[in-house]
Design a protein around this ligand. Structure first.
Ligand SMILES: Cc1cc2nc3c(=O)[nH]c(=O)nc-3n(C[C@H](O)[C@H](O)[C@H](O)COP(=O)(O)OP(=O)(O)OC[C@H]3O[C@@H](n4cnc5c(N)ncnc54)[C@H](O)[C@@H]3O)c2cc1C
Ligand SMILES: *[C@@H]1O[C@H](CO)[C@@H](O)[C@H](O)[C@H]1NC(C)=O
Ligand SMILES: *[C@@H]1O[C@H](CO)[C@@H](O)[C@H](O)[C@H]1NC(C)=O
Ligand SMILES: *[C@@H]1O[C@H](CO)[C@@H](O)[C@H](O)[C@H]1NC(C)=O
Ligand SMILES: *[C@@H]1O[C@H](CO)[C@@H](O)[C@H](O)[C@H]1NC(C)=O
Ligand SMILES: *[C@@H]1O[C@H](CO)[C@@H](O)[C@H](O)[C@H]1NC(C)=O
Ligand SMILES: *[C@@H]1O[C@H](CO)[C@@H](O)[C@H](O)[C@H]1NC(C)=O
Length: 641
């Protein structure tokens, strides 16, 4: 991070500057690289760095640009508001349900009133266009890691062993994958919130003690602060506990940060460039098509076509500017890392996808792969939110707007190295979590993370970030359901214009995978999570010695009590933010497999995919750690065969 501060303007120009300049003559030398990586996020960023560090001339192309110095991206406490920053954000709207009437039961359902102006909820103004549910994404150097919620939870062994079983490739075995986690730790520092920041606020302590109590490790009320401090030392990523994957408990949340400041892929990229490795970063550049040499028996990827220009993708509220065409050649390989929505879009635009869909758009077929853009998976998330009469002390002075009156920012800035003194902004607001193996889990792995924090989080919709932190008297127990069973999501082309967003359908619950009661099992686990959240709120009352004031449940609301009503509430309002699995790795015999176990796109040569799309089954509890690991693995596979 110090490096980023020291990053001089002249260096920035030298490193990234050429990328934005449009060619002045039509006779520019053709760009030629050994490797071209499309997309600089969790999948593409580390991989491009590793290829360059091994001496290969590598081009990393990013549609967005470098937000180095934008404080929204560095302050963990700004994790909600940063997703609203027009300089980074891509507004992607998705359908949880294709039946619009059903979709509109979600009060987060959004409408377009004017370009990039939205109405949220029922009764839109006349003429408003229904859009669906906002799915925040980042079009910026470093991808979604530059704006995400920083949560660092490593995957389960079963995630990898399943890929080894499916493909018969033992290099995917969990025992072999741990080396890639260690590779990621070479460039990614992580740390939990300093407990003293949390323990200062006794009402927060009281809530967290309630959560710990549900997990059977509630501190003695007379000694709650010290007791909770001990509990918050529990590391959910323990590399020494052999039973870690199934270890229920109450845990601190490790974050991708150092000295209370976000760490990200961006730092690794900047560092690699600064050290002089042959990595060119072309930002403000949207890749529109992969080029192939089709003269032989199998098409060979030879390079890419792109448009240079600022924020060209129409998901960006800054889109609409001018652009210039260009292309670049890859003598070795093209690697697509655009993320779970953009990777299938780019593959399809390039002729790789289901023949029927490509034909319907008149796209010449390079490889008929029916699996591209299907098998999409995500987690389900839901919360129980309560309102107190009085504010949480920890949030005093936090205006979350980076203005002069933002006292929490001043405190954060004035204490660069002592985490405990940096205050509320040195945390992402989600202080600790119950880790649970639900009654409905398929195996002994943890499948529920139930986070507690002084935030009013109800999911994503335009301006959700302002909403979540506007009031300082809310507390949420918010659940993330891992190892979900729904594989019925799709990403389909809306048009052949590469700047249009695709059509994205998640097909939630009973409109998705139902075999073996899959939808009911996921839903029941979520109901159990709401039950446990409410238990934690009951336990809060048992710690009244800490003096916290009363509360009322706002969401789902005290009238929502039967499993049927809770289930309906979840179906109407659940959300997700770990979209994945849209270009899956699979067995040679699986017609829906898009990739082989070495990330190679089937039916063509010199083309791989490395990002959230590659997983056959959504991994772990949080997704960035597994993506960093596959990025490191891909580098190893490409460099060492
Ligand atoms: C609000 C939010 C909070 C999150 N919080 C967490 C968290 O706390 N913990 C966690 O583990 N995960 C979290 N995630 C998820 C995680 O950050 C993402 O799943 C992960 O970054 C995906 O990695 P990726 O490489 O697949 O795609 P991305 O990180 O999205 O990177 C893709 C990149 O490719 C670029 N790109 C796409 N198409 C093109 C094109 N055609 N030409 C050029 N460039 C292109 C995009 O601009 C983008 O920069 C969060 C996500 C969001 C949205
Ligand atoms: C463009 O390049 C070609 C060959 O590479 C050269 O013959 C020609 O003179 C160049 N034109 C200009 C305008 O530089
Ligand atoms: C941070 O993001 C907000 C949107 O939430 C935006 O208004 C503000 O300008 C951004 N700040 C900076 C420094 O770019
Ligand atoms: C583990 O992965 C490495 C590649 O890093 C590979 O060489 C080795 O054969 C793998 N081991 C097994 C058991 O597959
Ligand atoms: C630019 O590329 C688009 C396709 O991406 C193509 O339709 C257009 O003709 C190209 N324009 C020029 C000037 O090459
Ligand atoms: C939720 O709690 C209620 C009340 O204790 C119980 O009857 C119900 O079975 C629980 N639901 C699930 C899905 O665990
Ligand atoms: C609970 O009350 C809210 C607000 O009055 C209402 O919108 C909702 O339909 C009720 N839900 C149930 C299950 O009764």
């Amino acid at each position: 991070m110090r490096f980023r501060n020291a990053f001089s303007v002249s260096l920035l120009v030298a490193v990234f500057g050429f990328a934005t300049a449009a060619p002045t003559s039509t006779n520019v030398t053709k760009l030629e690289y050994e490797y071209i990586v499309v997309g600089s996020g969790a999948g593409g960023g580390p991989l491009a760095c590793r290829l360059a560090m091994a001496g290969h001339k590598t081009l990393l192309i990013e549609a967005g640009n470098d937000q180095n110095g934008n404080i929204n991206t560095t302050v963990p406490g700004y994790q909600a508001v940063v997703t609203q920053d027009p300089k980074l954000r891509w507004d992607i709207f998705v359908n949880h349900y294709q039946d619009q009437e059903r979709a509109m039961r979600d009060p987060k359902f959004s409408w377009e009133v004017a370009p990039y102006e939205y109405h949220v909820g029922p009764n839109p103004p006349s003429g408003a266009k229904p859009l669906g549910i906002l799915y925040p994404r980042a079009g910026t150097l470093g991808g979604c890691v530059t704006h995400n919620a920083l949560i660092w939870i490593t995957p389960h062994a079963s995630d990898w062993n399943t890929i080894a079983e499916i493909t018969g490739d033992s290099s995917w075995a969990a025992t072999n994958m741990s080396q890639y986690l260690n590779k990621a730790y070479e460039w990614l520092p992580t740390e939990p919130t300093d407990p003293t920041i949390l323990l200062d606020d006794l009402k927060l302590v009281q809530h967290l003690a309630g959560g710990a109590a549900v997990m059977g490790i509630g501190p003695d009320p007379l000694n709650a602060v010290t007791g909770l401090a001990g509990t918050l030392l529990n590391d959910p990523n323990s590399q020494i506990n052999p039973n870690r994957d199934s270890a229920e408990g109450f845990y601190q949340i490790p974050l991708i940060m150092k000295d209370g400041k976000r760490t990200a892929v961006l730092d690794f990229i900047a560092d690699t460039v600064q050290k002089g490795y042959p990595l060119d970063v072309r930002q403000n550049c949207h890749v529109t098509k992969i080029d192939f040499d089709t003269s032989g028996s199998e098409p060979i990827a030879t390079g890419i076509q792109f448009l240079d220009g600022n924020s060209l993708y129409r998901a960006s509220p800054l889109s609409g500017g001018s652009s210039t065409n260009g292309s670049a050649a890859a003598t070795k390989e093209v690697i697509v890392s655009g993320g779970a929505f953009n990777t299938p879009q780019l593959l399809k635009l390039s002729g790789i996808g289901p023949a029927a869909e490509l034909n319907s758009f008149g796209i010449p077929i390079i490889s008929d792969l029916p699996g591209v853009g299907s098998n999409m998976q995500d987690r389900y998330e839901i919360g129980v939110n309560v309102q107190h009469p009085n504010d949480f002390q920890i949030l005093n002075g936090c205006t979350f707007d980076n203005k002069a009156h933002d006292e929490c920012l001043t405190k954060w800035e004035d204490n660069p190295y002592i985490l405990a003194q940096k205050g509320a902004y040195a945390t992402n607001g989600l202080a600790a979590a119950m880790a649970v193996n639900s009654k409905y889990a398929a195996n002994s792995d943890i499948d529920l993370f139930i986070f507690g924090g002084p935030i009013d989080f109800i999911g994503y919709f335009p301006q959700w970030g302002d909403y979540a932190v506007r009031d300082h008297n809310y507390f949420s127990w918010y659940t993330l359901k891992a190892h979900t069973r729904n594989t019925a999501g799709t990403v389909q082309l809306r048009s052949t214009d590469p700047l249009d967003t695709p059509e994205i359908n998640f097909n939630y619950f009973d409109t998705g995978t139902t075999a073996g009661g899959a939808d009911t099992l996921d839903l029941d686990a979520m109901i159990q999570a709401i039950n446990m959240s409410r238990q934690a709120l009951d336990e809060y009352n048992k710690y009244s010695i800490l003096g916290g004031d009363s509360f009322v449940e706002v969401e789902p609301g005290v009238n929502v009590t039967s499993d049927a009503d809770i289930g309906q509430y979840i179906k109407d309002r659940a959300w997700g933010h770990h979209a994945s699995c849209t270009a899956k790795i699979g067995a040679d015999s699986d017609p829906m497999a898009v990739l082989d176990s070495k990330f190679r796109v089937r039916g063509v040569q010199n083309l791989r995919v490395v990002d959230a799309s590659v997983f056959p089954i959504i991994p772990g509890v949080f997704i960035q750690a597994p993506i960093f690991m596959i990025s490191e693995k891909a580098a190893d596979v490409i460099l060492n065969g």
